[in-house]
Design a binder for this molecule. Structure first.
Ligand code: ATP
Ligand code: MG
Length: 582
C-alpha cells in the first residue's frame, strides 16, 4: 500500500523512553489480567473506577501531588491534590446518600468544565451511582431526552443551566433533585426540587465508605455524538477503568511526571475516559481548561502549565492550522513531548503540519463511545504512516470482515472494521435498546459501523463510516480520502464529502468546502480545487461538484455531519439535530 513519507515516531525525538518500548514483544506478553493487577481493586473484592482514579493515590505517597490544574475561562486558576479530591468526592458521595441515592440510580451532570463537575462525577461513582455527563452546550430538548431516556434521579448543574432545563422538569417524573453549583454566588432562587451544592457539601463529612461495586456493575452512560443518527446511550461498567488505565499508560504514554491535557469535554467519552479516568488512574497531573477553542488561549494553557502530553481532535487541529503556524511560534511550547488525536480521521496534512508547527507529529488513534477506550493506535515507538490509524492495542483483536460480516478479509481489501468481543471496557448495552446492541455482534465480533482496510504490516486505514461510503460507477469511495486530498489545497480549511444520486453512476462525489481566511469563493477557485483533486485522486473519487460553505455542519464534539450535508442537499428531513453545533 502506498503512503506518504513515514513520519518518525516520538521516541526518536525526545529521549523519553516510551512505556511501550517494543510493540511485538508487548503484544506477545500482554494479558488484560496483568493490567488489572496494576490497579488496586476494592478491599475485600470489587472494583470502582473512582477508587482507582483518586483514593488509591490519596492514600499513598502521591497524596499531595496536584491531580487537577484548573484554568478558568476568565484567567482564574485552582489546584487540587489527590487528597483534596479524595475528601471532596467523599463529601459529594455523602451528599447523594443523604438525598436518598440508591445503588444504580442515574446521576447526570450538566455544566461547564468546572472542578465541581469532576468532583460530582467521581463522588457519584463512589456512592454507587451510574453517571451521565452532559455537554453544557446542549439545549433543553437534548437534556430532557437524555434524562428521560435514563430516568435520571439527580441532575447536578449551575444556576444558568438550571434555567435552561426548568421548563422541562415537569415532564421528567423520575428527576427528583437538581443540585445547583453556584460558584459565582449569583442571586438564584431555588424551587422545591433544587438544593444548593455548596451548603450540602459544607455539612457533609469527608469520610465515606465506598459503595461496594463489582467490575460488571454499570458505571457510566455516554450518549454517542449523533454523527450518523440519533445518539445512543452507551453503557459502561466499572471494569472499563482497566482499559482507561492501560491505554493511557501505553498509548498516551503517560509517565508519572507528565503534565497532561485532554481538550475534550466530559460530555463526550474522550473527556471522561481520557479527561478524567485514564490520567488519574495513572496518578498523572492533568490540566482542565474551562474555556472554549481559541488558538491563542490554547497555546497559553500549554505554555503556562508546561503541558507535556496533549490529546486533541482533528477538528481542533484543523482550526489551529487555519490560525497558522505563526500563532504557535509566538508561544513557548517546548514542554510538549507527545501529541495524540482522536474523534475523526486525521488528515495526513494535519500530521505534517504538526511536525512543522510543534516539531512533533500528532499520533492518531481510533476508538468509539462503544469501545470505551482506544482500540487502534499509533505508538510513540513506531513510525507514523500518515493517514493510518495505526495498529491494534495489544489485547485487542481487530479485523476486516466482508460485506456479510462473516469472513475475515485479507490485507488490502476493504470491508467492515470489527473487533473481537470481550475487552474490559467494551460497552455492556445500549440503554433501552438491547436489540440494537445485540445486532452489533456477529460470530463473536463486534461490528463497529466503520469501513477500513488493513495493510500487510497490520496498520489499519480508515475508509469511512459504513453509512457515508459512496458508491460511484461500480467503485466504493470513502469520503476521508477525498476530504484529505481537498484539505491539502492551500485555500481549503475543511471539506465534507457525500454521494449524490446520479442516473448513470448511481452516485457521484460532491464536496462541500470551507475556505481559509483570505480566500473568497469563486468559479475559478472551484475549477482550481477540482484540478488539484484530479492530481491526487483516482478519477471516480474526484468531486464532480463543489459547493462553498462558510463552515461545515458539525457535532458539538467537532465531527463533520455528512448526513446533514446530504439531507440538505437532497431536501430530506434532517433527523436528530440535538448534537449539532449551532
Ligand atoms: P453516532 O454513533 O451517534 O453516529 P459517533 O459515531 O460520531 O456518533 P462517537 O462514538 O463519539 O460517536 O465516535 C466514534 C466514531 O468516530 C468512530 O466510529 C469513527 O467513525 C470516528 N472516529 C473516531 N476516531 C477516529 C479516527 N482516529 N479515525 C477515523 N475515524 C475516527
Ligand atoms: Mg458511532
Amino acid at each position: 500500500m502506498e503512503y506518504d513519507p513515514i513520519v518518525k515516531g516520538q521516541s526518536h525525538r525526545t529521549g523519553v523512553r516510551p512505556n511501550l518500548s517494543d510493540y511485538e514483544e508487548f503484544w506477545r506478553d500482554f494479558r488484560w489480567e496483568e493490567m488489572m493487577g496494576e490497579l488496586d481493586g476494592l478491599e475485600g473484592g470489587g472494583l470502582n473506577i473512582a477508587y482507582e482514579a483518586i483514593d488509591r493515590h490519596a492514600r499513598g505517597p502521591m497524596k499531595d501531588k496536584v491531580a487537577l490544574y484548573w484554568e478558568g475561562r476568565d484567567g482564574r486558576s485552582e489546584e487540587y491534590t489527590f487528597s483534596d479530591l479524595y475528601r471532596l468526592t467523599n463529601r459529594f458521595a455523602n451528599v447523594l446518600k443523604r438525598l436518598g441515592l440508591g445503588k444504580g440510580d442515574r446521576v447526570f451532570t450538566y455544566g461547564d468544565r468546572i472542578p465541581e463537575i469532576y468532583i460530582s462525577l467521581i463522588g457519584a461513582l463512589k456512592a454507587g451511582a451510574v453517571i451521565g455527563p452532559l455537554f453544557s452546550a446542549f439545549g433543553p430538548d437534548a437534556v430532557k431526552e437524555r434524562l428521560g431516556d435514563c430516568e435520571a434521579r439527580f441532575l447536578v448543574t449551575t444556576p444558568k443551566l438550571a434555567g435552561v432545563v426548568r421548563g422541562t422538569v415537569d415532564d421528567l417524573p423520575s428527576l427528583e433533585t437538581l443540585i445547583i453549583i453556584n460558584r459565582e454566588k449569583t442571586a438564584c432562587e431555588l424551587n422545591e426540587k433544587e438544593v444548593d451544592y455548596e451548603a450540602l457539601m459544607t455539612e457533609a463529612s469527608h469520610s465515606f465508605d465506598m459503595e461496594r461495586t463489582d467490575k460488571d456493575d454499570y458505571a457510566i452512560i455516554h450518549y454517542t455524538s449523533g454523527t450518523t443518527g440519533k445518539p445512543k446511550g452507551v453503557v459502561h461498567a466499572h471494569e472499563a477503568v482497566v482499559g482507561h488505565y492501560a491505554t493511557a499508560r501505553y498509548v498516551l504514554d503517560l509517565h508519572r511526571d507528565d503534565i497532561y491535557w485532554c481538550t475534550a469535554d466530559p460530555g463526550w467519552v474522550t473527556g471522561t475516559s481520557y479527561g478524567i479516568f485514564g490520567p488519574w488512574s495513572n496518578g498523572v497531573s492533568q490540566v482542565v481548561y474551562e474555556g472554549g477553542f481559541r488558538a491563542t488561549n490554547w497555546y497559553r494553557v500549554i505554555e503556562k502549565y508546561k503541558v507535556t502530553v496533549w490529546y486533541s481532535a482533528p477538528t481542533a487541529i484543523r482550526m489551529l492550522m487555519k490560525a497558522g503556524e505563526g500563532v504557535a511560534q509566538k508561544f513557548d511550547l517546548s514542554s510538549l513531548r507527545y501529541l495524540c488525536s482522536v474523534g475523526e480521521p486525521l488528515n495526513p496534512e494535519a500530521i505534517l503540519w504538526g511536525n512543522r508547527a510543534f516539531g512533533l507529529p500528532f499520533h492518531d488513534n481510533w476508538w468509539q463511545t462503544e469501545t470505551g477506550c482506544i482500540q487502534i493506535a499509533n505508538y510513540p515507538v513506531q513510525d507514523i504512516r500518515p493517514g493510518s490509524m495505526g495498529r491494534p492495542f495489544p489485547g485487542v483483536r481487530a479485523t476486516i470482515l466482508d460485506d456479510n460480516c462473516e469472513k475475515e478479509l485479507p490485507p488490502g481489501e476493504e470491508g467492515h472494521l470489527a473487533l473481537r468481543a470481550g475487552w474490559p471496557s467494551m460497552f455492556r448495552t445500549y440503554w433501552n435498546m438491547q436489540e440494537l446492541y445485540d445486532s452489533r455482534f456477529r460470530n463473536g465480533w463486534y461490528i463497529t459501523g466503520d469501513r477500513a482496510t488493513m495493510d500487510p504490516d497490520g496498520y489499519f486505514w480508515f475508509v469511512g463510516r459504513a453509512d457515508d461510503v459512496i458508491n460511484t460507477a461500480g467503485h466504493l469511495v470513502g469520503p476521508f480520502e477525498v476530504e484529505s486530498a481537498l484539505v491539502e489545497h492551500p485555500a481549503v480549511a475543511e471539506a465534507g464529502v457525500i454521494g449524490v444520486p446520479d442516473p448513470l453512476a448511481m452516485e457521484v462525489v460532491k464536496a462541500f468546502v470551507s475556505l481559509k481566511d483570505g480566500y473568497e469563493p469563486s468559479e475559478e477557485l472551484k475549477r482550481d480545487i477540482k484540478r488539484f483533486a484530479r492530481k491526487k485522486l483516482h478519477s471516480v473519487a474526484c468531486p464532480r461538484k463543489i459547493d462553498f460553505l462558510p463552515g461545515l455542519p458539525k457535532t458539538k464534539s467537532g465531527k463533520i455531519m455528512r448526513r446533514l450535508l446530504k439531507a440538505r442537499e437532497l431536501g430530506l428531513p434532517e433527523g436528530d439535530t440535538s448534537t449539532l453545533e449551532e
